[in-house]
Design a protein around this ligand. Structure first.
Ligand SMILES: [Zn+2]
Length: 262
């Protein structure tokens, strides 16, 4: 079994989140070429002569520092728990690299294999947390992400909650522009995500061929086109409480008479 290949594959899967997170260090720790190099050299740790001990120690120290900065910037308890495990492995590698040559050459394959397995399992665990916990509609707002990161998550074409939506780009309140401009606060985003994924039945209405999502106290209203006028996944506009008049004005027109564009 090629553990190195599996680690690289996990890193690739994790990279799907790098656009949303937009944290430099996250890209660095997953970057394929350097990760490949680090792991290749790790596989050669017990070979005589060819080993450039000092530069390898520096590289792993740097790899560790990048992770630490990432964990500081992405302040999330699940990410931290994965890092705690990974840090132990990296520290173990650094200790082994510091061994004198004769002791280093005695490191057996089983030990190297265990290290690779532990790295693999940390990467897998992180991805599991990303998929099942952190980046879910239920948790995303409380995952320690910024408004910008949450907006980018909504719009992300592969993993976003809005991946199945058609985003209208027409009109002053078009949702695409608003999300791209990060024009919402956390509470508004919480409701936007709920409406885009599982809107409560009693907060869905239809009027003038619109689908209207919201309730009296909602911090936002979302209006969708209907099947008849475009598609039920066409998000026409998002309004804040302060824009209630604009919302009423648009809703007073039949959706078929107001053009959308995507
Ligand atoms: Zn449309």
């Amino acid at each position: 079994m090629d553990f190195k290949k599996k680690i690289i594959e996990e890193a690739k899967q994790l990279s799907k989140y790098s656009k949303i997170l937009n944290i430099k260090e996250f890209n660095v720790v997953l970057e394929e070429t350097s990760l490949n190099y680090l792991l290749d050299e790790l596989l050669k740790i017990n070979m005589p002569n060819i080993y450039n001990q000092e530069s390898m120690i520096n590289l792993w120290e740097n790899y560790k520092a990048q992770w630490i900065n990432f964990v500081i910037k992405f302040d999330n308890v699940l990410v931290k728990s994965v890092w705690n495990d990974l840090q132990l492995v990296i520290d173990q590698i650094i200790i082994l690299l510091n061994e004198p040559a004769d002791r280093r050459e005695m490191i057996n394959w089983k030990k190297i294999k265990n290290i690779l397995l532990e790295i693999l399992s940390a990467f897998k665990q992180l991805r599991k947390f990303f998929v099942n916990n952190i980046f879910t509609p239920e948790n995303i707002v409380d995952s320690g992400l910024s408004v910008n990161q949450i907006c980018d998550f909504i719009l992300d074409k592969s993993i976003g909650v809005g991946a199945q939506k058609v985003w209208n780009v027409q009109g002053a309140f078009n949702p695409l522009k608003r999300l791209k401009n990060y024009d919402f606060n956390i509470e508004e985003l919480r409701v936007i995500i709920r409406y885009l994924t599982k809107p409560p039945k009693n907060e869905i209405r239809t009027a003038n061929d619109w689908i209207d999502l919201g309730a009296k106290k909602s911090p936002v209203r979302i209006i969708l086109k209907s099947k008849k006028t475009c598609s039920e996944s066409c998000v026409y506009a998002i309004f804040k409480v302060s824009e209630h008049r604009n919302y009423e004005r648009i809703l007073a027109n039949n959706a078929g008479t107001i053009p959308c564009n995507h």
